[in-house]
Design a protein around this ligand. Structure first.
Ligand code: 4IP
Ligand code: ZN
Length: 145
């Protein structure tokens, strides 16, 4: 499948387990018609680290940042799927806009688009936007595709 977009971005660990570390990794992100996949680049070779089926995505939106971002890229956006929020950091506002725009376009016809989302980060056990302490707490702002 020909890629729609391809760029080196930074991602925050998704912390799928309670014990998962919080860290930031540079990854090559590739968007196709069916998947968002990220690879580690080592010795000029790509190693697949993860992939999200576009059909499972419920929300893609920029993150309104109110804190210091501890990685080089300062333009965050979020990809919400299943019960997980994947935070990705773009190097510029323009790059972020392109990713958000293209992802939104590809998920347009998804059945499970969110009605609400969290506009700020989940950090240190709370949603910075609304102060809710449950990672699965319903979104606090209306979502528009
Ligand atoms: C890993 O930390 C990486 O950040 C993984 O990212 C991440 O997986 C892991 O989170 C996290 O534990 P270490 O490299 O220090 O082990 P990547 O896959 O890009 O290398 P995700 O799920 O974010 O891809 P958990 O929650 O999956 O363990
Ligand atoms: Zn919130």
């Amino acid at each position: 499948l020909t890629p729609i977009l391809e760029e080196t971005l930074i991602k925050r660990s998704q912390q799928k387990k309670r014990t998962s570390p919080l860290n930031y990794k540079e990854r090559v992100f590739v968007l196709t018609k069916s998947k968002l996949t990220y690879y580690e680049l080592r010795a000029e070779k790509r190693f697949k680290k993860g992939s999200v089926d576009l059909q499972r995505i419920r929300c893609v939106e920029i993150v309104k940042n109110t804190t210091i971002i501890p990685c080089q890229n300062k333009y965050p956006f979020q990809v919400v799927y299943d019960a997980i929020t994947l935070y990705i950091f773009a190097p510029s506002n323009e790059s972020r806009s392109i990713w958000v725009q293209n992802l939104k376009e590809e998920i347009r016809n998804n059945v499970q688009i969110a009605a609400k989302f969290h506009p700020q980060f989940w950090q240190e056990g709370e949603w910075l936007c609304c102060g809710q302490l449950d990672k699965l707490a319903p979104g606090c702002e209306g979502y528009n595709l």
